[in-house]
Design a protein around this ligand. Sequence first.
Ligand code: ZN
Length: 287
Amino acid sequence: MALFDGQKAFEHVRAQVELGPRPPGSIALARLRAYIGEYLGALGWKVEEQPFEAVTPNGKIAMVNLVARYPPGEFPGQGSILLGAHADTKVFDFEFVGANDGGSGVACLLELGRVVPQLDLWRPTVLAFFDGEEAQVAWGRGDGLYGSRHLVGSWWSERRLADLVAVVILDIVGDRQLRVTRDLHSTSWLQDLAWEVAWQQGVGEIFEGPLEWIEDDHLPFLVGKVASLVLIGFGHDDQGGYFPPYWHTPEDTLDKISPLSLEQVGRVVEGALARLQGSLPREHSGA
Ligand SMILES: [Zn+2]
């Protein structure tokens, strides 16, 4: 029986929205990290901040990733599975609280932080809350994905990246008309596994969103040859998919978020985590 509780996740979205806009370097984002650290620490997770300096089109910005591991031990740990989401919200000249874009992924990770210690998992679980996923000026050409690129780079240079066997990124998963995109960058065996769990749990239709090439925090892990999947509710209306009309507008607010959608996605991740405890295929792209 699945443990993930959508209402509990929803309360974590509310807490983030109440902090206001959470761009890199802001006090609100530091407060969010404190909230995450306190919550997960009390549940027995080892929590660590990873500060770094990002070179952006707006100059150098001090950023901080937050990583947590259960059971406590060295990061990430042999055979571990990483679940990730971006904690930052995009910088705008209007009030942008990012309930769905930013808030929903973090909220799911926090609720999974409550669930994971209750599951009998032998693989370590790592939760990664990335800073600087959003572009400072314009997406692409090195603007965006600052936190995930930094984490992958540092674990790569320390020869720890290969300890990860799978990565699942959550982003924009709170809409009440959620349709999860089938991302074409994601590792196929991992995507198939998650989609199979979704159908078994009776929510397969939600996972039949449009095919898209999604650029998100899974990309640096794919470059590092780690099997990676993004779960994102994002697509084109004209392809039968769903594009939240309030995306990157002042309307990305708490009222757009459905506890049920959070629960449906969260339970698929919970089920996938259990399935990933067995032996796993290894993909080598050779690129
Ligand atoms: Zn965004």
